[in-house]
Write a protein that binds this ligand. Structure first.
Ligand code: HXC
Length: 510
């Protein structure tokens, strides 16, 4: 018996060593942690239950039968994050470059199936040379099975991808279908075709970092949601995100202990909006002053900065926030901000996370570049996402809510549940100057008359009361009481129930 136990320990030791000490040292030399070290940091201490430690590939081509390492380049199992269950796979670059064989893919599929069955998030740590070249189509089939599960799991359990090394070719499409992608600066990259292929086909010379590094994907392409300095920071931030999320689409987001009075008044908010309607102010200030303990977990903070998206808590409960940011492009809606916010709204709606919308929007960004690139379809995504969302929706208009953008930003007409406005709100078809120049075209050459028309228009429409008279605004509230009013609004909506017409699925403009 003792021998068998010793043998098991020896086998386990071999598996834990992955591709051997030399390769582990090389991994560390690049500033990267190993697959197992990453899992240790991600999960609560001692909570990891590993599966399939002894799985080995079955390939006999290219001499592969002589090289059958335990685990086959991926460590899989489940554990907890602050006591809540998650499933995890972590690709081991020290074993055959973390490349994906049929059995490697089967291991991933197994934990994805368990996660779906048992209702817990899947966190995938990617560090792989892609399809195991020696296995050919078997590897592609394995990827296909993972892809199909990504699709099945979408909207059922949260899926989070952490890119901590190479992720190239068709392999990128598994993370691409997950809810959040995080990258590590300087050590991770994602691209469909690498720099060499790019050079051959298009003659462009580009480095891997420029083509698919963390900066590219968080600032230009918006493929990734955030980039972190190193593996340790990235994993700590994933833990922080998981704390905001429900485990699955049938359970509620967690309620965390909170020490911040929900009735807290913030007098400084009464002067947040500047006197001059064209001066910017930082909408993040409002978000952090409303949030429990000022904690705001921003998503896509480096992309389309004219809109803010992320999570806060009110009375310990997760709330998804979408807010126009007057500091960037005056907070207008454009293609990028519409896409960014639409995806966020849909995530929240899938997972029963109530939505808070903070509005200061002068309209959609004009221009040929926007029109040629389809701002009509992209803007419609956000409109559609808000209109189909059935989670509790609370809106606060702080200043401008002009034109179509007024309707889009979770207005009453898109079934906003409680729509508040600050006294500084201006709810109108457009700003006074633009409106005057259109309706009083005949007076265009008379500056005095135009100024008087503009003042008249401003007096009549640059306020929240016309909309409030019609019930499109439920209440005009004091800025200093926003946290209290919004927290109470969400409290009143906790048992909200709505029916949607039966359909197979909608046809959101993609
Ligand atoms: C088998 C692989 C491998 C792969 C790496 N290795 N990628 N083995 N299949 N795809 C092995 C290497 O042979 C090497 O083994 C070890 O892993 C470490 O790789 P190195 O090249 O020494 O590491 P590095 O210099 O850091 O380069 C990393 C790399 C490079 C850039 C990822 O290995 C690389 O270019 N690999 C091939 C990438 C690729 O073309 N993959 C297929 C893409 S198509 P030894 O024993 O020598 O240490 C694809 C399609 C997916 O993925 C489609 C899904 C639908």
């Amino acid at each position: 018996m003792k021998d068998i136990l010793t043998e098991l320990e020896e086998r386990r030791g071999g598996a834990r060593l992955g591709g051997g000490q030399k390769r582990i040292d090389a991994q560390h030399g690049r500033g990267k942690l190993t697959a197992r070290e990453r899992i240790e940091l991600l999960l609560d201490e001692g909570s990891f239950e590993e599966f399939d430690m002894f799985v080995a590939h079955r390939c006999t081509d290219f001499g592969m039968e002589k090289q059958r390492p335990y685990g086959d380049g991926v460590v899989t199992g489940w554990g907890t994050i602050n006591g809540r269950q998650v499933y995890v796979f972590s690709q081991d670059f020290t074993v055959l470059g973390g490349s994906v064989s049929a059995t490697h893919a089967q291991k991933i599929c197994k934990i994805m199936d368990m996660a779906m069955q048992n209702g817990a998030p899947v966190i995938g740590i990617n560090d792989s040379g892609g399809a195991r070249i020696q296995e050919g189509v078997d590897s592609l089939a394995g990827y296909g099975e993972v892809f199909q599960r990504n699709i099945e799991a979408s909207g059922v359990v949260p899926q989070i991808s952490v890119i901590m090394g190479p992720c190239a070719g068709g392999a990128v499409y598994s993370p691409a279908m997950t809810d959040f992608i995080f990258m590590v600066k300087d050590t991770s990259y994602m691209f469909v075709t690498g720099p060499d292929v790019v050079k051959t086909v298009t003659n462009e010379v580009v480095t891997a970092e420029e083509l698919g590094g963390a900066a590219t994907h968080t600032r230009k392409s918006s493929v990734a949601d955030a980039a972190f300095e190193n593996d340790v920071e990235a994993l700590a931030e994933v833990r922080r995100l998981v704390d905001f999320l429900p485990l699955n689409n049938r359970s509620k987001p967690p309620v965390r202990p909170f020490f911040d009075d929900p009735g807290r008044l913030e007098q400084s908010l009464d002067t947040l909006v500047p006197e001059n309607p064209n001066s910017p102010y930082d909408m993040k200030e409002l978000i952090s002053k409303m949030a429990d303990e000022g904690d705001f977990y921003e998503i896509q903070g480096e992309f389309a900065k004219n809109i803010l998206t992320g999570f806060i808590r009110l009375e310990g409960r997760t709330v998804g926030v979408v807010a126009n940011q007057p500091m960037v492009l005056a907070g207008c809606l454009d293609i990028d901000s519409s896409r960014k916010a639409a995806r966020f709204v849909r995530f929240c709606d899938c997972f029963d996370i109530p939505l808070l919308t903070l509005v200061d929007v002068p309209g959609f960004l004009p221009g040929t570049s926007q029109e040629y690139n389809g701002v009509i379809k992209h803007g419609a995504k956000l409109l559609f996402a808000y209109g189909e969302a059935t989670v509790p929706k609370v809106t606060v208009i702080t200043r401008k809510a002009y034109g179509g953008a007024y309707d889009v930003m979770s207005s009453k007409h898109l079934r906003g549940d409680l729509n508040y406005a600050w006294p500084t709100a201006e709810i109108a078809v457009m700003g006074a100057k633009g409106a005057t120049e259109i309706i009083h075209r005949a007076d265009l050459k008379d500056a005095e008359k135009i100024a008087s028309h503009a003042a008249d228009y401003e007096a009549r429409f640059a306020n929240p009361f016309v909309a409030a008279e019609r019930g499109f605004i439920d209440e005009v509230i004091m800025p200093h009481s926003t946290r209290k009013r919004v927290a109470r609004a969400f409290a009143s909506l906790r048992n909200k129930r709505t029916e949607r017409p039966w359909k197979k699925h909608d046809n959101i403009p993609l």
